[in-house]
Structure formats: C-alpha cells, structure tokens
Design a protein around this ligand. Structure first.
Ligand SMILES: Cc1cc2nc3c(=O)[nH]c(=O)nc-3n(C[C@H](O)[C@H](O)[C@H](O)COP(=O)(O)OP(=O)(O)OC[C@H]3O[C@@H](n4cnc5c(N)ncnc54)[C@H](O)[C@@H]3O)c2cc1C
Length: 427
C-alpha cells in the first residue's frame, strides 16, 4: 500500500517520516474517552489523557495530520493570536498576562514533547515579524518594551528596516520584531510523532473512521460507518473540518482556506542570502504572508486565502504572486509543491474551548495561531476531564460570539469584512 495515500500532495507529505497506517474502526468498543479528530488538539488531548491513566480511542476521518496540523506553516509564535495590548484593552492586564503565560507553557510543552518522544520535526528557534506599512511604525519597539517590562519576556528586539533586511532580503519590511524564543517545526512530522507517542501511551488510533453522529447521552455512543465507541467522555477536535457534525459549535467558527507553496531547493548560499537563519517570518498584513527555509533550502511560503469550500485549481500560481511581491529576485525559481488547508477563525480571534454537556468537550477556532494553542487546548481539556478545570475555564470564560448569519449566511459577511481589511492593509 502507498503509505501516503490520503494525504495531500504537499512538501510535508513528501518529507514525512514515521508515517504509519492505523486501522479502520470495525467493531463496537468501549473507552473512557473518545477523541474525534487526529490533529494537534485531538492528539494532545489523547496523549495527556492516556498519560493520566485513561482508556482513550481516537477516531480520525482521514489520516493522522490530514487537517491543518499536517499542512500549516510551522511557525510557533509567542503569545496568543491577539496581541497583548489588545488583550489588555479587552480583559485587563491580569487576564492578558495569564493568557500570555499559557502560551509560554504551550511552547514549553512543544519543546518537551519533541525531546521526550524523540520527534524528528526539525524544531528551530526564532521568529521575525516584518512591518509592512507606515501606520505601524513604532509598533515593534512598543511591543518589545511592553513584553520585557510587563510580561517578563525579554526575548524580543525591535529592528530597523536595515536590520530587518540583513535577516530577510526584502525591501517591503519597514521595521521588524525579532523574537529569539519563537519556534518553527515540520508540522506533519510533529503530528505523526505525537500520534506515535499517543499510541505508546496506550491510545488506540483509528484512521479512515469518520464519525457520522454521536448520542447526547452519558455514556455517549460515537458512531462511524463500520463501528462505534461507547465512551464516558467525548472530545470534539475537528476545527476547520468540523462540517455538520456538531451544529452547536459550528456557528462560532468560520472555516477558511489558506495556501502554501514550496520552491525548488535554492542551495545553501542562495537560501542564506534570502533568509539569514532558520527562523520563521510573517508580516503584519491582515491576510498574512508567512515563510521560512526548509532544511533542504527550499522557501516554504504561505499567502492568500479563500472563503468557499473549494481550493483554487492552480495553487502554485495562486500563491506565487504573494511570494514575488516580497521576493522579486525569485522569479526564475520553480515551485515544486502547492497545497492548501482549512483552519477556523472566531469573530474576535480568541480560541473557542468549552463543554456542550458535562461529558462533551471541544477546542477550536485558533485563528491561524493554532500550533501552540491547539496543543495547550488538548492539554487543558485533558485536565478538565480528569477533574482540574481551572486552566480550561480561563478559556471558557473568554467572550466568543456567533458569526452573524450563523452557519448558512456567515460567508457573505466574512467576504465583505476581508475586503475591508485587505483595502485597509494597503492604505
Ligand atoms: C495553510 C495553513 C497554515 C497555517 N499556518 C500556521 C502557522 O504557521 N502557525 C500556527 O500556529 N498555525 C497555523 N495554522 C493553523 C493551525 O494549523 C491549526 O490551528 C491547527 O493545526 C488546528 O489543529 P486541530 O487539531 O484543531 O485541527 P486539524 O489539524 O484541522 O485537525 C482536525 C481533524 O479532524 C478530523 N475530522 C473532522 N471531522 C471528523 C469526523 N467527523 N470524524 C473524525 N475525524 C474528523 C479531520 O480530518 C482533521 O484531521 C495554519 C493553518 C493552515 C490551514
């Protein structure tokens, strides 16, 4: 059997290590917890639960890491998706600091998991944010100072345009913020490594086992086309791929598609001339451009989104203009891979965690900042199921609004909002 069957044709699939075929669920089983979804949220929840001694079954509709977790940019930024000054305005300093500290613990969890389980996912340090418009001048200095003074985080440095250019060969960055403790990783290999660790901890993983429905009972009966799991707890970890499985949370998130390309190998010298290091980079645009070098010296570049159910037919040529806008010097470079993925955003970009009933938990809506947030969401869901909900409840108290128009009419509103922000980006 082709071990990559079912994965999109991405650079990550082409460089995957430790791909393993898990069986299809073809029986009726019992478990303490049934986790639905085999990305960071589901695997983190499953692994933490199994380590606490629970009997866990994880059901994945496709392959492990089929969703955003196996397709994303691999940039692990510090903090939450909304920045600290916004968070302070919304909830005050104490809650903002608490959320910042959670994100630091999430990065620590990633580093520890990689080390403990020997996950070969090319974990690297460093992240640069490039300021793309004059209206944001001064932002980098202000944030670096606030983080150092109020958040005990002295690892960010403000860069001038020239200092940014020494690190990233684009003249589009007017200033920069360098975070020496941000991370990057190979997202699919990290996911596959978490799945291996979960299996070793006792989790029973099933692939190609899409959950069609589950009962609102205690215990719950979770059903697939060819089997079922009767479980005391259910964890919904489907994020942008939730579809119609659970209407009660679908209206709080908007699935959006985002796209990536990988160039041909550039060679060590040209790669270093382009980005002087293995750190991740993104800009301050609303629809963000993000990129980094792979260990075989390809530029992995993400840019462009759409808000409907299909992907553009030619993803390589959809993303390439975003890359050339920043790096016109790459116009001779071939694009070897182009792929897309679906993530979910919330109205105010805060993560959406909660309980639908005492035995049904969910985590979703990480809004493009999902690696660390999903890993932490899985961990605090596991804590809540095993009786310690204090950190989980910090998230459940965040205000998450329903998209205007609900699941049927939310797209027209989003497209208008995105057009507005895209125009604002250019001003
Ligand atoms: C192109 C792209 C780039 C991104 N870049 C970054 C980045 O650089 N940094 C960052 O922090 N975040 C990034 N993100 C966001 C991040 O990838 C996600 O937030 C994160 O991976 C979400 O993990 P998850 O486990 O919640 O969801 P997913 O990884 O999407 O997993 C959900 C899983 O649930 C499964 N599923 C759905 N329905 C069912 C069902 N009925 N039965 C069984 N299984 C089901 C799906 O098949 C899927 O595998 C990016 C996302 C995309 C798409």
């Amino acid at each position: 059997m082709n071990e990559l069957k079912g994965y999109p044709d991405s650079y990550y699939a082409a460089t995957a290590v430790g791909v393993r075929a898990y069986p299809v669920l073809e029986e009726n089983r019992r478990a303490d917890v049934c986790v639905i979804g085999g990305g960071y949220t589901g695997l983190s929840a499953a692994l933490n639960l199994a380590e606490r001694g629970l009997d866990v079954v994880l059901l994945e509709a496709e392959r492990i890491g089929f969703g955003a977790s196996g397709r994303c940019g691999g940039l692990v930024g510090s903090g939450q998706r909304i920045e600290v000054l916004d968070a302070e305005k919304q909830f005050g300093y104490a809650r903002s600091k608490e959320l910042w500290d959670f994100a630091e613990l999430a990065k620590q969890e990633i580093r520890e998991r990689v080390e403990k389980h020997g996950i070969a996912c090319d974990l690297q340090r460093g992240g640069l944010v490039g300021v793309h418009k004059k209206g944001y001048l001064g932002w980098a200095r202000e944030i670096a100072d606030v983080l150092a003074e109020r958040y005990s985080y002295p690892f960010c440095a403000a860069l001038s345009a020239e200092e940014s250019r020494e690190r990233v060969a684009t003249d589009k960055f007017l200033e920069g913020l360098f975070d020496s403790e941000a991370l990057t990783l190979h997202p699919l290999n990290f996911t596959l490594g978490l799945a291996r660790a979960a299996t070793e901890a006792g989790v029973r993983i099933y692939e190609n086992s899409r959950v069609t429905t589950y009962s609102r009972t205690d215990p719950a009966k979770v059903e697939t086309a060819s089997g079922s799991v009767t479980a005391s707890f259910v964890v919904l970890a489907c994020n942008g791929y939730l579809g119609k499985l659970e209407k009660r949370v679908a209206g709080k998130i908007m699935p959006i598609n985002n796209f990536m390309i990988a160039t041909e190998p550039l060679g060590e010298t040209r790669a270093r001339e382009l980005i002087n290091g293995r750190f991740g980079v993104h800009d301050t645009r609303f629809v963000v451009n993000y990129f980094r070098m792979s260990d075989d010296h390809r530029l992995l570049f993400g840019g462009g989104e759409n808000y409907r159910s299909g992907f553009p037919r030619d993803i390589k040529n959809f993303v390439r203009p975003y890359m050339l806008n920043l790096f016109p010097q790459l116009k001779d470079v071939a694009i070897d891979y182009g792929w897309g993925g679906t993530l979910s955003v919330t109205v105010n970009r805060l993560p959406h965690l909660g309980r639908l009933s005492p035995n049904v938990f969910f985590g979703q809506g990480y809004s493009g900042h999902g690696i660390s947030t999903a890993i932490f969401a899985g961990k605090v869901i596991a804590e809540a199921i095993t009786g310690t909900a204090s950190r989980f409840d910090v998230f459940t108290q965040l205000p998450i609004h329903t998209f205007p128009g609900g699941t049927l009419l939310r797209y027209p509103g989003l497209v208008l909002a995105m057009m507005y922000f895209t125009i604002k980006d250019r001003i």
